[in-house]
Design a binder for this molecule. Structure first.
Ligand SMILES: [Zn+2]
Ligand SMILES: [Zn+2]
Length: 246
């Protein structure tokens, strides 16, 4: 894997480790620019996990460059933010920035220094391989929902109810964006397509308990579409656990 790509993935991982669980992180996202009308590549996209809300969309640009960040780099990011409706931007670089760049950044862009030598402890090729049709993609886990089930204990004369927990990992491929789910109870990894056919009734792990996963495509009020990953419980409760723009 190329060094700039490893740097980009490391930045995605650092953000995923630090943001609240209500936000989801998409490495290598593509968003249709509302002004340019072309697809823009975003190194790391951060947006609300459960419902689409552009007020909380942030983008991260990882600049693996030897020179300092200039005013122009900040302005390029501001232009990108405007095009993809992001309210906050992060410019990440290993070397530093000029004073003018910092002044131009103001409150909407934050410049973060992350040294290259941190790459030494980071290996995205250790991430599991994508189960979709893409070649060379890796699964980036950014969500850790837990499915909880109530079970009555048959051998308990008082009929007490026990709460059983089934931890899960959810995420997407860093190349094609396909959703994946990993059940830590049975060890299964499932590929969950978002463009569901009529025969797709959902995906279930070997636990064979009353929950399953389903992909979908949802437009917001302005017609911008997101791929979503839904967790559907036997009770009928549906939770959106991951998303990415289409
Ligand atoms: Zn893939
Ligand atoms: Zn399972």
């Amino acid at each position: 894997m190329k060094a700039w790509k490893i740097y980009e993935r490391m930045i995605a991982q650092l953000f995923a480790d630090q943001v609240s669980t209500g936000l989801c992180v998409t490495p290598n996202a593509r968003i249709m620019g509302s002004r340019s009308g072309v697809l823009r590549q975003i190194d790391v996209l951060i947006e609300p996990r459960h419902t689409p809300d552009f007020l909380y969309r942030s983008i991260v640009e990882a600049k693996r460059i030897a020179r300092k960040i200039h005013v122009k780099d900040v302005e390029t990011l501001l232009g990108m933010m405007d095009d993809v409706d992001a309210r906050h931007g992060y410019l990440v670089c290993p070397t530093g920035h000029s004073d003018a760049a910092l002044r131009r950044a103001q409150d909407t862009v934050r410049i973060c220094l992350i040294p290259l030598d941190r790459i030494a402890d980071f290996d995205p090729t250790a991430w599991p391989e994508c189960l979709g049709a893409c070649r060379g993609g890796r699964i980036f886990w950014d969500g850790f929902p837990q499915v909880e089930m109530k079970a009555t204990q048959a051998d308990d004369p008082l009929g007490r109810i026990k709460l059983l927990a089934y931890p899960q990992k959810v995420g997407k491929c860093d190349v094609c964006g396909a959703f994946h789910v990993h059940c830590l109870s049975c060890g299964d990894t499932l590929l969950v397509p978002h463009d569901v056919s009529e025969e797709d009734f959902g995906h279930q792990c070997s636990c064979r308990l009353p929950w399953f996963w389903l992909g979908s495509v949802e437009p917001d009020e302005l017609g911008r579409r997101s791929a979503e990953l839904q967790l559907i419980l036997g009770s009928g409760d549906v939770t959106t656990v991951n998303r990415r723009p289409l």
